[in-house]
Design a protein around this ligand. Structure first.
Ligand SMILES: [Zn+2]
Ligand SMILES: [Zn+2]
Length: 128
């Protein structure tokens, strides 16, 4: 049986799903409202966090913007522009070997890791 929450989750997932989508909860909410005007921001947050817990999407902690939700749930690396705040996926190999190496080093369980390269994106660079 499909309940209301799972219907919302499917809709929100459909909005953000896909590589190259990096959005704040507010941005997802703006899109969601166009489909269903009754949807609240709290629902959007709840469903995004649930999708992240299920590893369907990723969550990036951003200093200025709070959480950024990433429509690509497969662990990958990013370039972050400190001027416009955009995130870009980087086609670098993701090293599971590194995760296991850190586990041996620390005795911890490593679930994933993420490298964020900081700087000025090409677009902002051209405006300088
Ligand atoms: Zn930029
Ligand atoms: Zn990404």
């Amino acid at each position: 049986m499909r309940n209301r929450a799972s219907k919302y989750q499917e809709r929100i997932y459909a909005l953000i799903q896909g590589a190259g989508n990096h959005m704040t909860a507010e941005e997802v909410w703006e899109k969601a409202k166009k489909i269903d005007a009754s949807i609240g921001i709290a629902t959007v947050y709840r469903q995004l966090n649930r999708l992240a817990a299920q590893k369907k999407i990723l969550r990036i902690r951003d200093q200025d913007q709070g959480y950024i939700y990433d429509g690509n749930g497969i662990p990958h690396h990013h370039f972050h522009c400190r001027i416009c705040g955009s995130y870009r996926d980087l086609p670098l190999d993701y090293s599971e070997t590194l995760d296991r190496q850190i586990e041996r080093m620390t005795g911890a369980i490593v679930e994933s890791h993420q490298t964020i390269f900081e700087g000025i994106c090409q677009h902002c660079k051209e405006l300088m």
